[in-house]
Design a protein around this ligand. Sequence first.
Ligand SMILES: N[C@@H](CCC(=O)N[C@@H](CS)C(=O)NCC(=O)O)C(=O)O
Length: 203
Amino acid sequence: MLTLYDFLPSGNGYKVRLTLRELGRAFSFRQIDILRGESREPWFLAKNPVGQVPVLELEDGTCLSESTAILFHLAEGSVLLPTEKLARTRVLQWMCFEQTHVDGVISRARFRRVYPEVVPTRHEEFESWWADGARTLRVLDAHLESRPYLVEDTFSIADIALYAYVHCAAEGGFDLSPLAALRRWFARIEARPAYLPIDEIPR
Ligand SMILES: N[C@@H](CCC(=O)N[C@@H](CS)C(=O)NCC(=O)O)C(=O)O
């Protein structure tokens, strides 16, 4: 059985949960309390020396970290990852975009607003994330204006990777109401039979 070390509000962990659900893979969910430093304890650092979730432990004990790498590993050979070279490159392109423009920007604003006691944050920091994040959201909205999914009109791990933090951007102080194409894309993903909300512990 696969074991996912995760923190329920984590969008990075949520990407792995959604991918496992889409693939119909059974897994055991192990909650790590990152707020009280559990991911920095020696037993966890032995699984990921960076001290961060998500970590996916395979049946043979191998541990994988970094959500993008985990999604690629899981999706290989499935409908969630195209085989054609250019389409695969586009999937990777969007996942790199996510790590640069969403994780660390939209996700950081959300984390600091939801848990203000964990890291004190200056208003100027929020203003910088709001400006950068709003641009990111507009790029995504424009791309989705004329297509149902990010790559080749087909649902892929690129959609999962971007959806994870973008759908809850409002918690970070971003206004999603004018972004109609983005909201239609959310609804499309949320209508999928394997869908699981971010705050629901997978059974
Ligand atoms: N680039 C990594 C980022 C992982 C990450 O930022 N994990 C956060 C939770 S979303 C974490 O474990 N933070 C706890 C800590 O750094 O101590 C990924 O995509 O998986």
